[in-house]
Design a protein around this ligand. Structure first.
Ligand SMILES: Cc1cc2nc3c(=O)[nH]c(=O)nc-3n(C[C@H](O)[C@H](O)[C@H](O)COP(=O)(O)OP(=O)(O)OC[C@H]3O[C@@H](n4cnc5c(N)ncnc54)[C@H](O)[C@@H]3O)c2cc1C
Length: 403
């Protein structure tokens, strides 16, 4: 076991921290208030080569390990959940799925520009009547000669108005339940694709989330990822990667809540002493501090397993569940530490609390992860190796076997 970050990981951490301090923190309150997604942030992240940090160099990425992606996500969410969500969706849910399941032609055409950050990827699984119950989806893909015709709609899709490419899950065999779902790469420019961002979200207001409409969209067979009927497995595997980035981001939210609370503890005085001297305030600080360590350890363990090329659904689910709950608690306590000032947008902690709620809902709700962990513990759930695993790191050895 090695608990030390490598020199390369430390330099990425420093780079993202500096970027967040300069580009995000000074502007985020204004963007959040306006419900505005600032597109130049993704362009700048691309210039820093952070949009494909754990994608092999041969596919346009930097070829660093999976825990480096976790570090990027933690540092981004220290600034705001919106930009970490963007990287989670673009890299974790879309690009890593192409890396794991895409054929060589798909990787060259779609993964390379995504890893370079030239094109942006999104992930379309949720529908108005199908969230946790993925198999209840209604979107269909009917094969006609060398293409499929897609019809349906997706909702709560992050980066819906921003993405160039969507991974869309649709039923190729509606009678077959979860075994009748397939996955397609859909370009925004395909005829019949339309999107509409939401207004009025509780949090992640500086992020873009909304609907994707698919009306008679002609998608070439060459854009089907994996086999027909493999979509459900691919979606779940994609979530193993997305959830990892969400869990890592939650560490950043805990860190930001702790940072703001520590500062305020030293500034604010009641009953003749700094509020940090009151034991009940210390209790909240202690919990944030402990939960930051616990959450990071769970994330890095999941990343370690990914680096080894070992299936990590259980460990990633645990990291996601525990760290997102802990982030919500940390943000809630950070508001408490700030008293009434925490209830105003004069301080960032009210934004942290609003932002902390979505990760407890998306990529598997708290309840879904609780059930999963209960089932694993009871022996009701067991994971079998997948037809295509995520390539182990370092990549040299694997790219030979993965293609
Ligand atoms: C900001 C944001 C961004 C998102 N981005 C994306 C995206 O990019 N792509 C995408 O595909 N989706 C995205 N989502 C959607 C998200 O993944 C879903 O909201 C999530 O899967 C939950 O589905 P649902 O909202 O339909 O809730 P439901 O599944 O309807 O659940 C409602 C409630 O019932 C509970 N529940 C459901 N089933 C069970 C059960 N079996 N046992 C116990 N309790 C249960 C849930 O835990 C929840 O409390 C996003 C959501 C948000 C909020």
């Amino acid at each position: 076991m090695n608990f030390e970050l490598t020199e390369e990981q430390k330099s990425v951490q420093k780079l993202v921290r500096k970027f967040v301090d300069k580009e995000i923190i000074p502007n985020i309150q204004e963007w959040d208030r306006a419900g505005y997604f600032e597109p130049s942030i993704l362009q700048k992240l691309a210039e820093l080569q952070l949009m494909g940090v754990c994608i092999p160099e041969e596919y346009g990425g930097v070829g660093m390990d999976y825990n480096t992606l976790a570090i990027v996500c933690e540092e981004l969410e220290r600034g705001d959940t919106a930009f970490r969500t963007a990287v989670s969706v673009h890299t974790g849910l879309n690009s890593m799925t192409l890396l794991q399941w895409g054929n060589e032609e798909q990787k060259q055409k779609y993964l390379v520009p995504q890893a370079q950050g030239i094109k942006i990827g999104a992930f379309g699984l949720t529908e108005p009547n199908a969230g946790s119950d993925v198999a209840a989806m209604n979107t269909t893909a009917i094969r006609k000669d060398d293409h499929y015709i897609l019809n349906g709609s997706k909702t709560w899709i992050s980066l819906c108005d921003v993405a160039d490419h969507f991974l869309i899950f649709a039923k190729t065999n509606p009678a077959a339940g979860s075994k009748g779902i397939s996955c397609f790469i859909v370009e925004r420019t395909f005829e019949g694709v339309a999107t509409k961002g939401f207004k009025g979200k509780l949090g992640i207001r500086a992020g873009n989330t909304g609907e994707v409409f698919l009306s008679e969209v002609k998608v070439p067979v060459a854009n089907r990822v994996g086999e027909e009927g493999e979509g459900f497995k691919m979606a779940m595997a994609a979530l193993d990667n997305g959830r990892f980035t969400v869990a890592a981001g939650a560490c950043g939210l805990i860190a930001a809540s702790l940072e703001a609370s520590l500062k305020y503890c030293h500034e604010r005085k009641t009953f003749g002493k700094a509020i940090g001297k009151h034991q009940l305030v210390q209790q909240m600080i202690a919990k944030m501090s402990a939960n930051l360590e616990i959450s990071r350890m769970l994330v890095y363990k999941a990343g370690y397993l990914k680096n080894k090329g070992v299936r990590n659904t259980r460990e990633t689910s645990l990291a996601k569940w525990i760290s997102c709950d802990a982030a919500f608690e940390a943000a809630n306590d950070a508001v408490q530490v700030h008293g009434a000032y925490g209830y105003s947008d004069e301080y960032p902690v009210e934004r942290f609390l609003r932002n902390a709620k979505a990760p407890v809902i998306y990529e598997g709700t708290r309840e879904i992860h609780t059930i999963m962990q209960g089932e694993y513990a009871l022996g009701y759930r067991e994971d079998k190796p997948l037809r295509q695993g995520l390539p182990a790191w370092p990549f040299e050895k694997v790219s030979l076997t993965n293609n």
